[in-house]
Ligand binder design. Structure first.
Ligand SMILES: [Mg+2]
Length: 318
């Protein structure tokens, strides 16, 4: 988590220039996630005022009056607005993807799809409000479902449109895998949120009391991921959480993926970690027909027929 935390902390420095990266991406110019996005505005009016930007994002998520912060009645306690522009945009991506998966069904022996977790299949908008866009691994872990190492219930709802998409893919015969930057220590809590507490082998929790509020506990109800040996942590359930440094599986120990990080006893960056994991899945006979993520680093690096970018105006992860 330390590595992930530092990654997510550094994302704040890139926040202002995200718009520039998106312009480049839209223009078809490759945006290498490892390059710096820092630029220095000449004048203040080249920058969206931060308070105005926060308000725009609240409007986009359909919670214009939501207050940020950890108060017992603050915006983080509101349910995700399913009638928001965010919900419509996410549903639109899901609907395009469903057409693609229908068209490509049964064209390979073992078709598969790969999902990211945060802001791709579970939406963390409530945590952005709670933290006032200031990621903290300790408080974030509570939303993930853990107080220390104890499972205390999940707080992230399904991303609009994605539950129906996953169910449609499942019915069409696709294997379903998740690859996330969340660490192995959050593996069971993540299964509990994506599928259900009992599917994760945990006692069923129905409400979560945190920071003075009591909220419904969330089991999103996705299909179980397709069983596969992830190669670390003893997990065989098709959710690839990120191994701790020192525990990377052999399939990532290749020059084009994580070999240099492994040799340096350091955390492997997202693009080689995720693309190397997709390569491993395909080495097991699967054809990854679609890869879904809210970050470009979820999508770059190949080993998928097509990528689908989920909306996320809140943060940038290289
Ligand atoms: Mg994500």
């Amino acid at each position: 988590m330390v590595q992930l935390a530092s990654l997510r902390h550094s994302r704040r420095a890139a926040f202002v220039v995200l718009g520039l990266a998106l312009v480049l991406a839209t223009a078809g110019i490759a945006v290498a996630a490892s390059t710096s996005r820092t630029f220095t505005p000449q004048k203040a009016d080249q920058i969206t005022n931060l308070d105005n930007l926060r308000q725009q994002i609240k409007n986009y998520y359909g919670t214009p009056g939501a207050s940020s912060g950890s108060g017992a009645t603050a915006g983080w306690t509101l349910p995700l607005n399913l009638d928001s522009n965010y919900a419509r945009e996410a549903e639109s991506v899901a609907s395009q993807a469903e057409q693609w998966l229908k068209a490509r069904a049964h064209k390979s022996a073992k078709p598969a799809i790969v999902f990211d977790v945060d802001d791709t299949t579970l939406t963390t908008w409530n945590y952005e409000l709670f933290s006032n866009w200031d990621y903290n691994p300790g408080t974030n872990a509570v939303f993930v479902g853990l107080t220390g190492t104890t499972f205390t219930g999940n707080l992230f709802p399904a991303t609009p449109g994605m539950l129906d998409l996953a169910e449609a893919a499942h019915k069409l015969g696709y294997a379903i895998f998740w690859i996330t930057g969340r660490g192995d220590s959050q593996h069971q809590a993540t299964i509990a949120n994506l599928v259900s507490d009992t599917a994760a082998g945990l006692a069923d929790i129905t409400s979560v009391t945190y920071s003075g509020a009591t909220l419904p506990e969330i089991d999103a109800g996705y299909p179980m991921p397709t069983a596969i040996d992830v190669g670390h942590g003893g997990f065989t359930d098709g959710l690839f959480t990120k191994p701790s440094v020192g525990f990377y599986p052999a399939y990532l120990n290749k020059a084009e993926f994580c070999a240099s990080a492994i040799a340096a006893n350091a955390s492997c960056a997202t693009i080689p970690y995720k693309s190397g994991t997709r390569a491993y899945i395909e080495s097991q006979g699967y054809d990854i027909v679609a890869d879904f993520g809210d970050q470009y680093s979820d999508l770059i690096g190949g080993y998928t027929d097509r990528t689908f970018k989920m909306p996320n105006p809140n943060y940038y992860l290289p």
